[in-house]
Ligand binder design. Structure first.
Ligand SMILES: [Zn+2]
Length: 261
C-alpha cells in the first residue's frame, strides 16, 4: 500500500484553482493526503481565505471539503464566485435500493430506503445526488421501484455496497425541519422518529403517538390515513397535524391521568 507517502500531499493549487475557475460550480479533486486531519485543515484554510493558500483567494471564491477516498483523504474544491447562486451540495441523499435479503435464492428480495453520504467512497467526489431517478422492475408478481443515479466522477455505486455503507457508516441524524414557530408536542415526536426511520409510515406514527399519550393526534392521523387510502408517510402525517393546528391534537393523556371512558 502506498498510504503515508508524502508526495501525494504535493499539489499544484494554482493549477487546480485555475481549472476550477474555468468550470464554475464543478467540484475538482485538488489533492490527496495520507492524513484526514491535514486534509480537513487545508479545506478549512481555503474556506476561511487563509493566506497559506493564496490561489483560492479572495475568501468566499471557493468551497472546499475533505472526504475519504480509499486509503487517502481527498480535498475537493469548487469555484463559486459570481452572481448566480451555485446549488449547495447536501450532506446526504436518501435513496431506494434493491436489497437481496438474507434468504436462500431470491427470498427476501425487496427495496429498502437508505440514507448515504453524497460523497463517493472511492474518490470522495460528489455523488450524482441531483441525478436520482426512479426505475421500476418486476419481481415475482409485483412492481418494485428503486432509484438510480450517475456519479460525475464515473464510479458506479452498487446496491450491495450502498446497503453496507448505510449500515457501516451511519450518518448523524440531520437537523429536524421544524415548521415556522417550531415543532412541539406530537408533531415533534413524529418528526424525530421519521428522521431516524425515513421510510416510516403514518400508521406507525399514529401508534407511536398513542404510546406517548397523544391519543387525539393518533386518531386524527388514522382518519386522514383512511381518507388517503393508506397512502401517507409519517412525515406527511406530521405535516397534516401541523396543518390541522387543532389544540385538541396536542392534548396529551398520560397513563397517570387517563380516565376510563
Ligand atoms: Zn468517485
Amino acid at each position: 500500500m502506498t498510504h503515508g507517502s508524502t508526495h501525494r500531499a504535493v499539489s499544484d493549487h494554482a493549477a487546480v484553482a485555475a481549472a476550477a475557475r474555468a468550470e464554475r460550480g464543478t467540484w475538482m479533486l485538488a489533492a490527496l493526503y495520507p492524513s484526514s486531519a491535514t486534509a480537513r485543515g487545508v479545506a478549512k484554510h481555503i474556506r476561511n481565505g487563509s493566506e497559506k493558500y493564496p490561489a483560492y483567494l479572495p475568501v468566499g471564491s471557493y468551497e472546499a471539503y475533505a472526504a475519504r477516498a480509499g486509503d487517502d483523504e481527498a480535498l475537493w474544491v469548487r469555484y463559486v464566485a459570481g452572481k448566480e447562486p451555485v446549488k449547495p451540495l447536501p450532506d446526504h441523499m436518501t435513496v431506494r435500493v434493491r436489497h437481496e435479503g438474507g434468504g436462500p435464492g431470491y427470498e427476501g428480495v425487496g427495496v429498502i430506503t437508505v440514507a448515504i453520504s453524497t460523497r463517493c467512497p472511492a474518490c470522495g467526489g460528489p455523488r450524482g445526488w441531483d441525478t436520482v431517478t426512479a426505475h421500476s422492475f418486476r419481481h415475482d408478481d409485483a412492481w418494485l421501484v428503486v432509484d438510480r443515479w450517475t456519479n460525475p466522477c464515473g464510479h458506479t455505486d452498487m446496491y450491495d455496497a450502498v446497503v453496507r455503507e448505510s449500515r457501516d457508516r451511519p450518518l448523524p441524524p440531520p437537523p429536524i425541519a421544524l415548521p415556522p414557530g417550531g415543532a412541539t408536542g406530537p408533531v415533534a415526536v413524529v418528526l424525530s422518529a421519521a428522521q431516524v426511520r425515513p421510510a416510516m409510515h403514518a400508521a406507525q406514527a399514529a401508534l407511536l403517538l398513542e404510546e406517548q399519550g397523544y391519543v387525539n393526534a393518533a386518531e386524527l392521523i388514522r382518519a386522514e390515513l383512511r381518507a388517503r387510502r393508506g397512502h401517507m408517510s409519517a412525515k406527511q402525517a406530521a405535516a397534516y397535524l401541523t396543518e390541522c393546528g387543532s389544540p385538541a391534537a396536542s392534548l396529551r393523556t398520560t397513563t397517570s391521568t387517563r380516565t376510563t371512558p
